[in-house]
Structure formats: structure tokens, C-alpha cells
Write a protein that binds this ligand. Structure first.
Ligand code: ADP
Ligand code: ASP
Ligand code: MG
Length: 462
């Protein structure tokens, strides 16, 4: 039996928590692979410093970078002192950590002095959070008598394309490499693999996108043909909505791959939407569990859930998105304009979350706010003003998605949902329903999120 156990940022936020995780790993039977995220807040802080040094005057770059690296080294040291109880191992892990932080320092200085932060440099800088953490996690396991070795994603064999910031794995090569590297050691050693990062074929470090450690776990599950992938996090499992919005959100004990994917895709960040596919391909069950309440049964994600308690199972919210409205008479005269527009955006690796086409001269769609300027630039480059007259943007909106396999074939459900939204006195800006009838999505102003989610939860789930 092979189990992949992934621990997220809050599960490994400090030395005590890492030690707690080491005990959970030790208690798990069979062969196991551990995947870890960076300690909570570290990836955010790496992105922040990388972006800020670009704009700093050269005279202060070194001071700011040194300050950042010193603080990171202090946190790392403190974590090692608690998590690595074997005193003789501490020195080596500390010096390996300081070596890494020195490399990070050089990269940040380069970015600051050259005033240039490419997606490739940003991936390199972001990788340090996970690279530092595998050293501590593996040290903690060794300290409690579980033989362990740290691996970065690429050391362990994860090979990706060179799409920095949103890299895609090259499955065949990765599978071969992962099995060459990990299969021989699994019998005696627990590999601790850095989530979120891989490397392209030239060896440059790539990242899989924010929250991508979940994806790493299911990719390794797929390559190693694991029996189970476990996502250990800071809530009891997948809940009927984000407990930060509705504290009484309910635990979903079982959910299908398709429903879980929809929920994650539309904002339920408890799992990364891309993580479902590798598990689904191999039919590997995924369990979402609470690191702080390991006896709680969590959520089981499988191909077909056994029973449906509610027609609507959960509500997800995708924030930080914008609507792009495209208008132009030329659009009507251009055959397959929608196809051309979407493939242009696809080429630029821009994800379209929702589409609403009212006529051929007017097309609206939703993208992440972070993709907005790239989308604008790409559309301007590809389409002349004769075809695409104007692009307007609606900001401060969010997508609300309700998910449930029970909606399939249930008459009047959309009407009931929209009546509930109207009763909450909220205006709907855009609507879409997935053809699988597993979900209904609609866009509202972000200020209305709390009211809408509470009303829907109250009516359909409570
Ligand atoms: P990790 O660091 O373990 O990867 P994340 O912060 O990425 O954890 O995801 C866990 C968080 O996801 C929870 O703390 C919760 O606020 C949020 N969340 C959003 N939607 C849901 C949902 N439907 N069920 C459970 N948690 C959710
Ligand atoms: N550390 C990365 C992030 O914060 C990956 C992850 O946590 O899954 O996005
Ligand atoms: Mg996460």
C-alpha cells in the first residue's frame, strides 16, 4: 500500500506543528510519500519582497533584502530548534537552510539591481519556501525515528513545461523519473517532497500555480499508482461552504471527483482544482483531513458518491475576478469570432472562468484579475479595431457557484436559487450553468457575497 500525505501551510506553520505532522506520518501504515507546502505566509512574503525590490532605489535594495533574509533565517532557525529534536542533526539542517537563504539573497539582489522580475525569476524565488521546509520536515521525521530524505519536486522527478507560474507536468517523463527515484527507496525511507515546484527540461525551477502543493500530491499519487492521496489541512474536510463565510458550514462526508473539481475551480481553496484529474485518471480515492483533529473522518472524494443528502451540496465563491465585455460590429461579420477570441486567450495561458454571449457583437467573460492586463494586451495584438471596437471591464465582482450532483434533472432548481438571491435583495450580473448540470454559477458584486452565501446556505443546506 502506498499513501501520499500532503500537509498545507497552516499544518506546518511552526516547529510544534511540524513535529505533530511527523507523528501523524509515523502513525500511517504502509509505504508513504510526504508532500509539504511552505510554512504559512512564506510564499506570500517571497512574492511580496520580489515585487517590492524591483521598484526600490538601488541604494536601499541590499538593506531590504538583508532584512528579509535575516527574518526568514530566524523563523527557520526557531522552527528547526523545535521540530528537529535530534540535536546532532540540527547543525547540518541549519547550515543547509542558510545556504539556501544565501542563494535566495543573491536572486533578490539581482532582481532589485536589474529592476526586472521575470516569471522565471519569480518562480525561482517562490521555490525557497518549500525547499526550506522539506529540510525541517524530513529532519523532524528522522528525529522521531522515521527514516526520511528530503526531495525538491524536480529531485523527485517532476518535470514540467516552461510555462513559469502555471507550469504543466510532462506526465510520461515525470512518471518514469519519479519511479526511478522514489520506488527503490519507499520500502525503507519516507521521502519528503516539496509541493508546488518542479523543473523544466533544462532544469529551471517552475511552479504549478498558487496552492499547487495539492496538485503535486495527486501527481505523485498518479505516478506511483498510490492507493490513497490524503490532503491534510486546517478544516475538517470539504465543507458546504467556506467556514470563514458561514461558520456553521457542514462537513461533506463523500463527494464525487466532478463535484469537488467544480467546487475547487470556482473558489473553494481547500483543494486545488487541478489535483482532481490525476487522481481521477487512476481512480485513486482522495481524503481531505484535518491535521488538528486527525480522528475526524474528513471528506472522501471518489468517482461516484454513494448518496446525495441535498440537491445542492455546496456553495463556492471565486473572488478577485473581473468581467471583460467585448464589443464590435466587426465581430458579427467574423466567422467563429468566439472561437478565435478564446483560442487567442488560451494561447496566452489565460483561463476563462465563465462565458456569457448575448449576441455575436457582444461577448462577456470572466477572468482572474491577475490575468486582466495580459488578456487586454493579447486581444489588442490579435484583433484590429475594425473587429473589436471596445473592451470594457467590470471590477469588484465575484462568482458564486452552487454545486450538487442532485441538481441533474431536478426541475425548477435554478428558479429557486435565483428567487433566494432576489429575496436577499442582491442583483445578479451574469449567469451560467455547466452542461453537466452539476453546477450553476452567477456573478454578483463582491459586497453582496456574505448575504448571498448565507441566504443560499440557509435555504438549501442547513
Ligand atoms: P492549506 O494551507 O492546507 O493548503 P488552504 O488555506 O489552501 O489550506 O485551504 C483551506 C482553507 O480553505 C480553509 O481554511 C477554508 O477557509 C477554505 N475553504 C474555502 N472553501 C471551503 C470549503 N468549501 N470547505 C472547506 N474549506 C474551505
Ligand atoms: N506554498 C504555495 C502557495 O502558498 C503552494 C501551496 O501552499 O500549496 O501557494
Ligand atoms: Mg491550499
Amino acid at each position: 500500500m502506498v499513501v501520499v500525505m500532503k500537509f498545507g501551510g497552516s499544518s506546518v506553520a511552526d516547529g510544534e506543528r511540524i513535529l505533530n505532522v511527523a507523528k501523524l506520518v509515523s502513525a500511517q501504515k504502509g509505504k508513504k510519500v510526504v508532500v509539504v507546502s511552505a510554512m504559512s505566509g512564506v510564499t506570500d512574503s517571497l512574492i511580496k519582497i520580489a515585487k517590492s525590490v524591483v521598484d526600490l532605489p538601488n541604494s536601499v535594495v541590499e538593506r531590504e533584502v538583508d532584512l528579509f533574509c535575516r527574518e526568514l533565517a530566524m523563523r527557520q532557525r526557531k522552527t528547526i530548534m523545535t521540530a528537529v529534536t535530534n540535536k546532532s542533526a540540527r547543525g547540518k539542517i541549519l547550515s543547509q537552510s542558510l545556504e539556501l537563504i544565501d542563494k535566495l539573497r543573491v536572486a533578490l539582489l539581482g532582481v532589485g539591481y536589474l529592476e526586472d522580475l521575470s516569471p522565471k525569476s519569480l518562480d525561482y524565488i517562490q521555490s525557497f519556501g518549500e525547499r526550506l521546509n522539506i529540510l525541517v520536515m524530513s529532519g523532524a521525521l528522522n528525529s522521531i525515528g522515521v527514516k526520511s530524505t528530503p526531495f525538491t519536486g524536480s529531485d523527485a522527478g517532476l518535470i514540467t513545461d516552461s510555462c513559469f507560474g502555471r507550469a504543466r507536468p510532462i506526465h510520461q517523463k515525470s512518471k518514469k523519473r519519479v519511479n526511478e527515484v522514489l520506488s527503490p527507496v519507499l520500502k525503507d525511507v519516507v521521502p519528503v517532497v516539496a509541493g508546488f515546484i518542479g523543473a523544466d527540461e533544462k532544469g529551471s525551477i517552475t511552479t504549478l500555480g498558487r496552492g499547487g502543493s495539492d496538485y503535486t500530491a495527486s501527481l505523485f499519487g498518479r505516478y506511483l499508482e498510490a492507493d490513497e492521496v490524503q490532503i491534510w489541512t486546517d478544516v475538517d474536510g470539504i465543507l458546504s461552504t467556506d467556514p470563514r463565510l458561514v461558520p456553521e458550514a457542514k462537513l461533506i462526508s463523500e463527494i464525487s471527483y466532478a463535484e469537488a473539481m467544480d467546487l475547487a475551480y470556482f473558489g473553494a481553496k481547500v483543494i486545488h482544482s487541478k489535483m482532481i484529474e490525476p487522481a481521477m485518471v487512476m481512480n485513486i480515492p482522495v481524503r481531505v483531513l484535518n491535521t488538528f483533529k486527525p480522528t475526524c473522518k474528513g471528506t472522501l472524494i471518489v468517482r461516484k458518491q454513494k448518496k446525495v443528502d441535498h440537491v445542492i451540496k455546496a456553495v463556492a465563491v471565486a473572488k478577485d475576478v473581473v468581467i471583460m465585455n467585448l464589443e464590435g460590429v466587426g465581430m458579427m461579420e467574423t466567422p467563429n469570432i468566439a472561437g478565435q477570441l478564446f483560442s487567442a486567450l488560451g494561447e496566452a495561458n489565460i483561463n476563462i472562468l465563465m462565458i456569457s454571449g448575448s449576441s455575436e457583437s457582444n461577448l462577456s467573460f470572466v477572468v482572474s484579475e491577475s490575468d486582466l492586463s495580459k488578456s487586454m494586451q493579447h486581444l489588442e495584438e490579435k484583433f484590429s479595431k475594425d473587429i473589436l471596437k471596445s473592451v470594457s471591464v467590470i471590477r469588484d465582482i465575484s462568482i458564486i457557484t452552487i454545486v450538487g450532483a442532485g441538481m441533474h434533472g431536478t426541475k425548477g432548481i435554478a428558479a429557486k436559487v435565483f428567487t433566494t438571491v432576489a429575496e436577499a435583495e442582491v442583483n445578479i450580473i451574469m449567469i451560467a450553468q455547466g452542461s453537466s448540470e452539476l453546477n450553476i454559477s452567477f456573478v454578483v458584486e463582491s459586497k453582496d457575497i456574505a448575504a448571498v452565501v448565507a441566504a443560499i446556505h440557509d435555504k438549501f443546506i442547513k
